[in-house]
Design a protein around this ligand. Structure first.
Ligand SMILES: Cc1cc2nc3c(=O)[nH]c(=O)nc-3n(C[C@H](O)[C@H](O)[C@H](O)COP(=O)(O)O)c2cc1C
Length: 320
């Protein structure tokens, strides 16, 4: 999948982001040339308890494929048990979350807490591999904290357990989302294993993507925060890595994409519920945009698609 994507000129995948990478966002990023997409993290335990909302998170449409389903949990048996449900949605792969730093997740010994317990992490992967007829991958950090960085041994353990590829976010759990991602550590992971390694962390521009490739030797890049309000970043990265140049959509094109995104969210979730979600995306789309700063309060209290249209017309009417 990774090699095929690059042959087709797709150099970056969409990183999983809870509360963001839903069906609509995944299909938009795919349309802009994301190599593949991944669902928001889904609780294996909730799946085994029959939770419908968790099951809905795994629903995949053709527009967002190839797509993986990301599971989180701490119990190898429960993760293995949930795999069957995930497979019903025909994912291209199943990813296990070993990077989430959120207190709620690590308190349950899941997410990045698994980096402190490579034995359990290994069992999770080997049990998942036994139950899965699609590749199982791992999303990891570079350790729990500075004192216990174990990215190289951890990556090797995941490879030995049967992981098909790794996505490595170049920070420890303690670092959360700052300081800058450690690209050297990702390079160390890449050198330590023979399975593909996807480099992740701080790719906000096409130039960042090039630096990630050159510094780490990674096989692909995963983009998270960089594409919030900027799904066209995937096309820019692909253009830049193929031709050395890329173009920036103008303000009216950006507003057109924002309105399309909002409309699709509301089609999917209804305008009443959808508009709450549209608010956060609208703030991302207009961040730093001339003329948008004084409208931020209005975006954060947005109540209809009609209001979004009016605000975007005001922004487009400002000087470029
Ligand atoms: C809002 C948000 C939600 C996230 N949710 C997930 C998640 O569900 N699963 C996961 O493995 N990582 C999650 N992450 C981490 C990202 O996938 C990624 O590893 C991290 O943001 C670093 O990449 P970036 O610098 O490109 O954003 C999340 C990050 C953000 C900002």
């Amino acid at each position: 999948m990774i090699e095929r994507a690059k042959k087709e000129g797709e150099f970056a995948s969409l990183a999983p982001m809870a509360g963001v990478t839903d069906h609509v966002f995944r299909s938009m990023c795919k349309a802009y040339g994301a190599a593949f997409t991944v669902t928001e993290m889904v609780s294996a335990k909730a799946l085994t308890l029959g939770d419908c909302k968790s099951r809905t998170l795994m629903s995949l449409s053709d527009e967002e494929r190839p797509a993986g389903i990301q599971l989180f949990g701490s119990d190898p048996e429960i993760i293995a048990e949930s795999i069957g449900q995930a497979l019903q949605f025909n994912p291209a792969f199943i990813d296990i979350n070993m990077g989430c730093p959120a207190p709620k997740i690590v308190r349950g010994h899941a997410g990045s807490a698994l980096m402190k317990d490579p034995g359990t992490a290994q069992k999770i992967v080997s049990e998942a591999v036994k139950r899965s007829n699609v590749p199982v991958s791992v999303k990891m950090r570079i350790g729990w904290d500075e004192e216990t960085k174990n990215h190289v041994e951890f990556a090797k353990a995941m490879e030995a357990a049967g992981a098909a590829f790794l996505t490595c976010h170049g920070r420890t759990r303690a670092q959360m989302y700052a300081p800058p991602a450690d690209l050297q550590a990702i390079a160390e992971v890449k050198r330590a294993v023979s399975i593909p390694v996807i480099g992740n962390g701080d790719v906000f521009t096409p130039q960042d993507a090039k630096k990630m490739y050159e510094t780490t030797g990674c096989d692909l890049i995963a983009v998270g925060r960089g594409c919030l309000g900027r799904p066209w970043l995937f096309r820019q990265i692909n253009d830049y890595l193929l031709t050395g140049s890329f173009s920036e959509p103008d303000k009216s094109e950006k507003m057109r994409v924002m309105r399309l995104h909002a409309k699709r969210i509301c089609e999917e979730k209804g305008e009443y519920g959808g508009i709450l979600e549209v608010r956060k995306h609208a703030l991302w789309y207009t961040k730093g945009m001339r003329g948008a700063a004084k409208l931020r309060n209005r975006f954060s209290t947005l109540s209809s698609l009609r209001e979004l249209d009016l605000l975007s017309e005001i922004i487009c009417g400002q000087d470029a």
